[in-house]
Design a protein. Structure first.
Length: 264
């Protein structure tokens, strides 16, 4: 049986996330159904690098697939894409060593979040529209407080008594592109809802309702404020999963959609 590494993009709007769930459509479930159809087998393993929540998108989700099939990696990619829904697409397939594990071998992940500074009819499923003006200089100052090794218990619903909430954030970048405010977070791993709560807190800083010192306090002591500020899933994209040997240096911060400012 061969092991394949898959890289996928998907629009998560119609799905309850990556993970297979009972009585709900999921990206993993759609992919598994196509694998069954192509191979006629049930004895395969399909494992993603991480879960994405309902409504969250991916530009580069990674997965591994164990499958006994007489297709080259490229032929398998074409066959999968011919049968998958239009909002799921396999970007790459390669044969890897049996010891490779999409989740356990990942050394870092990056997420991209898109905030729209104007109302949009076309890009609504992929942005969070914020009417209020946002002060990016204040948001960048607050973002700097989150870089490094910190306890993100205030930014997740994970019980710190049952699982570690300490995360090494390697990079937290903010940029502008037309009417978009872009936020990239790169870290060793992420705890549940962490990115959406980081974005929600930074947005509140941009509105002038929180300061950088408040963000620092959320890390130093428990707070319910980040939970109340959780950003919607529509603007969030799993951007990339990194493995040993892959470059992780600075790279352009670019939006997934094009959204220009309105003429005033």
């Amino acid at each position: 049986m061969a092991r394949f590494k898959l890289v996928l993009e998907y629009a998560g709007t119609r799905y309850r996330g990556w993970q297979i769930q009972q009585n709900a459509r999921s990206v993993q479930g759609e992919l598994a159904e196509v694998v069954r159809k192509l191979s006629g087998r049930e004895d395969f393993e399909l494992m993603g690098a991480g879960r994405t929540d309902a409504g969250v998108h991916a530009l580069g989700q990674a997965a591994h697939l164990d499958l006994n099939i007489r297709l080259t990696p490229e032929a398998l990619r074409f066959a999968l894409n011919d049968n998958l829904p239009a909002d799921i697409h396999v970007l790459a397939v390669e044969r890897v060593a049996r010891g490779f594990h999409a989740r356990h071998d990942a050394v870092a992940r990056s997420y991209l979040y898109q905030i729209a500074r104007r109302r949009t009819a076309l890009a609504k499923p992929f942005v969070w529209w914020i009417k209020d003006p946002l002060a990016l200089h204040a948001m960048r100052e607050a973002a700097a407080e989150l870089v490094g090794l910190h306890d993100f218990r205030s930014f997740t619903d994970v019980d710190p008594e049952k699982a570690s909430t300490r995360v090494q954030v390697d990079r937290l970048e903010l940029g502008e592109e037309g009417a978009l405010v872009l936020i990239r977070v790169e870290a060793s791993h992420f705890v549940w809802k962490m990115v959406r709560r980081i974005v929600g807190v930074l947005a509140e800083v941009g509105r002038g309702k929180l300061r950088a010192r408040d963000v620092r306090a959320f890390l130093e002591a428990g707070s319910e404020v980040p939970a109340r500020l959780t950003a919607p899933p529509s603007g969030l994209f799993l951007e990339r999963v990194f493995y040993d040997g892959e470059p992780r240096g600075p790279r352009p911060l670019a939006g997934v959609v094009r959204l220009e400012l309105e003429d005033r």
